[in-house]
Design a binder for this molecule. Structure first.
Ligand SMILES: C[S@@+](CC[C@H](N)C(=O)[O-])C[C@H]1O[C@@H](n2cnc3c(N)ncnc32)[C@H](O)[C@@H]1O
Length: 591
């Protein structure tokens, strides 16, 4: 009996040690060794969390993955899938060393990059030389793409340097990835100088290179940058295609430059370029606001509808095109595959068409239901531009900014990451006595939200801050104890498991705690189970500052309340028919 118990105990001890090592990320053969690969394995296996808390009761210092998974099927599923993915990645990594073919490594780099498994991509790249092989231009490009896709700009620049130092000549795809990395980081000038460099060394930029640059001009409201990009295209004898035209029109309309956009459409049509429904909608939105007494917006809505109908008829064709797949910008195939459009691209196309219809409806409702006298008043406000609006504050790096809430408002509610502004403007309409503040880093989204607030007549109770959440919630902008509720709806999940660029972290929670009134609430909603786990853990660590608002003390709720409101990303969730959404409501504790 005694001996049997002893054996069982040793077995249990071994298993629990194995579990502990797995949670700490020290197990797992080659794939688990070394640098970011290690973090990738551990964190991926843990569903994106830190995985250090072997405390399955969910008590003590933190919340374990298994405890959180036991509360929700979706989390359980994802944790399981991530562990499987991590095991498969390790198997592949081991195989690659035996196969000793750089093409095999390149394919892995491409897949890890596209799946945003940056830790594994790094590990793969490092193993190329360990296998006695030399990375070629495809290896570098795919690795570059992996870093760019997860927003690791510094690493991206290091990879670029190392490619050039090792004498590998970048091709147009590598250059385009670099353009993407620089411009998505807001360095449009730097991105343009990459384009110039390409040209000077005899590598011709392609439509994708220009589209990448132009897309980011939209995001940053950079009319000048977009104009220069089109000039370069013309100099190089490159006619802008439908996508390039759309980006240019959106950049103009974001700044309410309707006349310029109309002239551009005329020229594009004359040159036989297809003008997309989304381009017409951008014109409709802007024109409805600043040109209330003519037919420009009405005509643009009509044209947009006609094109959407045609698009619907050609849906299959559109789905197989790669026109809008830029975010999926593929690394190089190295002759190893051709990809069908990913599910996410198809979902994006459907969402895009749904949103376009919705925006047409909203513009038409505005034109038909709001009296002309009121629309003329709005036109007067709108024509001064988003930057001069007293509703909007733009936080630039080098500028002092006045505090946000200067007047006496009783109930101030903030949405961090307000995106396209659907949720906040609708909530503002429902609660006119509440002051709503949206914080959003992308300028075009702030401009759109501002336009929606004018259209809905909620400009009196909506304020917008264009900038990073951390700056907007800092002491110089938001006074302490001034906010009753702070919402974070569908924040971008960390780009990869080892990413340090994550919104809901300890510093963010300290900021939120400072700005909330006593008894104020923090509400976070996400459709990403791994991020839900990570947030719950951060909130648990910050338990001196926040307590779960749920009566049973549960760290999160599965699903969102019925009357919570909808947003662009919420529609994406609905359209994608996902099963999981998580809501974390916490109340501020007094320290
Ligand atoms: C996934 S979208 C969700 C937008 C919106 N809440 C919705 O549900 O449609 C996340 C948004 O957060 C913004 N964002 C991400 N990090 C941010 C930060 N640190 N500060 C301000 N905005 C941020 C992004 O630009 C993006 O518009």
């Amino acid at each position: 009996m005694k001996r049997a118990r002893g054996r069982v105990n040793r077995g249990e001890k071994k298993r629990s040690e194995k579990r502990r090592r797995r949670d700490a990320g020290t197990e797992g053969g080659d794939g688990a060794r070394g640098g970011d690969g290690t973090r990738g394995v551990r964190a991926a296996a843990d569903g994106g969390g830190e995985g250090r808390h072997g405390d399955d009761a969910g008590d003590g210092d933190g919340l374990s993955t298994s405890y959180l998974a036991s509360l929700d099927e979706g989390i359980k599923r994802v944790v399981k899938a991530n562990r499987k993915r991590a095991r498969e990645a390790q198997t592949l990594l081991k195989r690659a060393l035996k196969v000793k073919d750089v093409k095999f490594f390149n394919r892995m780099l491409k897949d890890f990059g596209n799946e945003k498994q940056f830790g594994f991509a790094k590990e793969t790249f490092e193993r190329i030389s360990r296998a006695g092989l030399a990375p070629n231009v495809y290896s570098y490009t795919n690795y570059l793409n992996a870093a760019t896709r997860v927003g690791e700009t510094t690493v991206m620049r290091e990879i670029w340097k190392s490619m050039c130092d090792s004498g590998v000549e970048p091709n147009e795809v590598a250059y385009t990835v670099l353009v993407k990395g620089e411009s998505q980081d807001g360095n449009i000038d730097r991105a343009r100088s990459v384009v110039r460099e390409m040209i000077s060394v005899g590598v011709e930029p392609n439509q994708r290179t220009y589209a990448t640059l132009l897309r980011n001009c939209v995001r940053y409201g950079d009319v000048d940058g977009a104009t220069k990009c089109l000039e370069t295209m013309r100099e190089r004898d490159y006619a802008p295609d439908a996508t390039a035209c759309e980006y240019f029109i959106k950049t103009l309309c974001g700044e309410l430059m309707v006349q310029r956009a109309l002239a551009f459409v005329r020229d594009a049509t004359r040159d036989g370029v297809e003008v997309t429904a989304q381009s017409h909608v951008a014109i409709a939105t802007a024109a409805s606001l600043i040109m209330p007494d003519n037919d420009v917006a009405v005509n643009a809505c009509r044209d947009a509808r006609a094109i959407l109908e045609m698009d619907l008829a050609n849906a299959e064709k559109n789905a197989t095109g790669s026109r809008y797949a830029d975010d999926e910008y593929d690394a190089q195939n190295d002759g190893t595959s051709t990809d069908a459009p990913s599910k996410s691209v198809q979902l994006f196309l459907r969402l895009r068409s749904q949103e376009t219809n919705r925006e047409i409806d909203a513009v038409e409702a505005y034109i038909n239901n709001v009296p002309l006298s009121r629309r003329l008043e709005i036109a007067d406000i709108a024509s001064k531009g988003v930057e001069s609006s007293p509703q909007v504050k733009i936080i630039a790096d080098d500028e002092d900014i006045e505090p946000l809430i200067v007047d006496d408002v009783d109930d101030v509610r903030v949405e961090v990451c307000s995106g396209h502004g659907d949720w906040i403007t609708r909530r503002a309409k429902q609660n006119p006595n509440v002051r709503w503040i949206g914080i959003e880093m992308r300028r075009n989204r702030v401009a759109l939200t501002w336009m929606k607030s004018l259209r809905l007549g909620v400009e009196g109770n909506v304020r917008l801050v264009c900038g990073m959440a951390h700056d907007a919630l800092s002491a110089r902008v938001t006074p302490p104890a001034s906010v009753s509720e702070l919402y974070v709806n569908y924040p971008d999940p960390p780009e990869w498991v080892g990413s340090s660029q994550v919104l809901v972290d300890a510093a963010f929670l300290r900021d939120v705690h400072r700005v909330l009134k006593p008894g104020g609430h923090l509400i976070c909603v996400t459709d990403d189970p791994a991020y839900a786990v990570r947030m719950c853990r951060e909130l648990r660590k910050a338990r001196a500052l926040f307590a779960p608002a749920a009566a049973d003390g549960k760290p999160f709720e599965s699903g969102v309340p019925e009357d919570y409101g909808t947003s662009y990303f919420d529609s994406m969730w609905t359209l994608g028919n996902q099963r999981d959404r998580y809501c974390m409501r916490y109340v501020k504790r007094e320290e």
